[in-house]
Design a protein around this ligand. Sequence first.
Ligand SMILES: NC(=O)c1ccc[n+]([C@@H]2O[C@H](COP(=O)([O-])OP(=O)(O)OC[C@H]3O[C@@H](n4cnc5c(N)ncnc54)[C@H](OP(=O)(O)O)[C@@H]3O)[C@@H](O)[C@H]2O)c1
Length: 367
Amino acid sequence: MSRIVLFGATGYTGGRTAEAMTARGLRPVLAGRDPARLAALAARLGGLETARADVTDAPSVAALVGSGDVLVTTVGPFTVLGRAAVRAAIDVGAIYLDSTGEPPFIRRVFEEYGPAAQRSGAALLTAFGNDYVPGVLAGALALRAAGEGSARVDVGYFLTGGGRGQPFSRGTLTSLVGVATEQSYAWRDGTLSTEPAGARLRTFDVAGRPRPGVTIGASEQFALPRIAPGLRTVDVYLGWFGSASQAVHAGSRVTPLLGRIPGAGRAVGAVAGLVTRRASVAPSASALAGSRSHFVAEVFDAGGTLLARTRLTAPDGYAITADLLAWGAGRAAEHGVRGSGALDAVAAFGLDELTAGAAEAGIVEVS
Ligand SMILES: NC(=O)c1ccc[n+]([C@@H]2O[C@H](COP(=O)([O-])OP(=O)(O)OC[C@H]3O[C@@H](n4cnc5c(N)ncnc54)[C@H](OP(=O)(O)O)[C@@H]3O)[C@@H](O)[C@H]2O)c1
């Protein structure tokens, strides 16, 4: 069993991940900047090892892991703080997993860091949480059911239920703000192309009624064409905005332009920073309680005929993220992963193994 090192355990998502790991019998090393808080957490979780390190300082990260070890980080925003840990994993040939949902970071891992990781024997499993493992899994299952002739996949992420209160952690809000003025991407005409987030709008039938979603950059645009090289189009729709989706879609023409006006991105960030500083660290328990996540993948042929549809459902996104990271880290530490470079969840573990691991995180297929 290889060593597992976890960064971010003193935060909300990392704390839940540490708990999910120990619940599986894993004994991760808790790494971070604050020895006293790490020691208290390590004691509460049964006497884990701790290490002082800064995730933005590649040598301090690389000192903790060796070839084949597993490095897990939930320290975001990844576009700001994430590069050094990836670099460290590449340098030592480690297996790297993170909790990002930030499209520019995911794109950088696949396009920029993936080839270097392939050369060094490292494996990079980015966005290994609610964003965007379930959609990759749903897409892969639908492609398997569709068989020959698949030309387009649409994936949708939806939330239903949940009580009142703040539904996201402060870390998630900060990361969302950080990518608000960035360009996004899509898989179009058999290639990755840059386009604004929210550029497309469509409805999916979810939990008994039509629900709108707008396009985002995710992992599926990289993962699904590897599974089905004939795919011309892969779109991922986020359905969290409900009736505001139309406004988000209309605004998609404006936000990337803001990013190009000098200072505008900083101004948006400053205003949003005020909002996020007032947010509480953890999401509201009542907002999470009773909320359900829904993931839909639909596969079409070149003429637009539906060939297959897969629906998955799961508990709240933070529970899924912690459980997926714990499962992925444990499996990677025990059995390694398939191949090196930037890997999606299906490529790293295989579709049947991932289906079983996702089920352990409560992600199950529904008719
Ligand atoms: N993919 C998904 O579906 C998904 C789900 C949940 C969360 N996320 C993402 O995960 C990230 C974390 O969210 P969160 O709510 O857990 O945030 P959080 O509660 O603010 O936690 C951040 C953690 O990062 C640590 N940290 C910050 N800078 C560090 C550094 N330089 N070196 C080492 N550790 C450092 C903090 O430790 P200190 O105690 O030292 O400050 C803390 O433990 C966000 O980017 C969020 O968007 C994604």
